[in-house]
Design a protein. Structure first.
Length: 118
């Protein structure tokens, strides 16, 4: 009987995670950031302030909590402040409470920097 209850609990948890149902009192959004642009040490700016300084190729930052809302993301060279020229930027990105997001900076098939949010 105990195995059946445990199995039902695991099955229900899996079903909830697959359909994206979140608890009523959900936490902040969670952001993971992956740096995949070779040879570019950068600062990651969020809404005009440095959020991830000296971010190097191959590094990953996980679990950054952000309240729901609209965000402007800008990636600048490590020697630049957030007012510097952008290597990449995305403005007006909406994040929802309780959701997990992953931002990946990479080189597209033409070799140009690109940014995707999943």
């Amino acid at each position: 009987m105990r195995k059946r209850i445990l199995g039902l609990g695991v099955g229900a948890a899996l079903a909830v995670s697959l359909i994206g149902v979140t608890p009523a009192a959900a936490a902040d959004a969670s952001l993971n950031v992956v740096h995949g642009i070779p040879g570019a040490d950068v600062n990651v700016c969020v809404n005009g302030g440095v959020a991830i300084p000296d971010f190097n190729p191959g590094e990953i930052v996980t679990g950054v909590p952000l309240p729901a809302g609209s965000y402007d993301f800008k990636i600048v060279g490590v020697a630049d402040d957030c007012d510097g020229a952008a290597i990449l930027e995305a403005n007006g990105v909406e994040l929802a409470d309780g959701k997990n997001y992953t931002a990946i900076a990479y080189l597209d098939e033409s070799g140009d920097p690109a940014l995707c949010l999943y």
